[in-house]
Design a protein. Sequence first.
Length: 307
Amino acid sequence: MILGIDEVGRGPWAGPLVIGAVVLPDGFTLPELTDSKKLSAKKRTELDSKIREQALGYGLGWVHADELDGIGLSAALRLATIRAVEAVTVPYHEIIIDGTINFLKETNKGRYVATMAKADALVPAVSAASIIAKVARDTFMAKQDDQYPEYGFGKHVGYGTAQHQSALLLHGITPLHRKSFAPIKKLIDRPDEPIADKPMSVGSLAEEKVTQWLVAKGFRIVDRNWKTKHCEIDIIAETEDTRYFIEVKYRRSAQFGDGLAAITPKKLRQMYFAAELYSVSNITTKNSALAAIALDAKGKLDLIEIK
């Protein structure tokens, strides 16, 4: 019998690292088993129930952010693997770990381990381990929305998406965040970082609100506050077919006029120049467009595309 092992949550900025370990019975057949990342959330949940019902044994090993920060990612992977294996009480004759590193090398089970790249798509027990670990971690992260609704953990499960980055800048870090990871450490180390109750400038806050609005509308944020010695662009965002170079303006009045009152001819020339300069080193086949987004004191947004 094979004990399959796989990890979930190595790369996120927040949340636990989870290792799954599963022993399947001889003759176990579930044709849909594959790498959990290739499955929809609904399908993973369905398979998770079937795996737990039919597996001879399974275990999960958790290392939360604070513990991970204290020992480092490599040690956390080893520790979570040991915890997952210790939770499996049925016999097995071989251990297969997805990847190229034997996380049990320093234990008495190390000699029974075979590592295999892409095992999560090739070995049913490893696929099953990948699925139960993924479902367990995603469920945990979704529950964090009850305590931290402004972060959207249920959607991005801790990865560094544009929504997550915006929430960090607006609200600071939480106990779920991995302070040893470079993006989070950078936020903590910056003297002007608005973590906790430090206020943001009006302009920065406006850009954060606009970024969240764009993401909610289906835009992909490509870059923010891109600048050179001669020009800058507040936000660069893309749809399926268009790249937008966006200027953000905060208005104290709710009256926007045509939405372009703050875009003077000089500013417009600067925007064109900046867009052209950015495109030289960031080539795309998408159409390009300039846009202005105005945000008033009541939070109303007005986007005007500049032809």
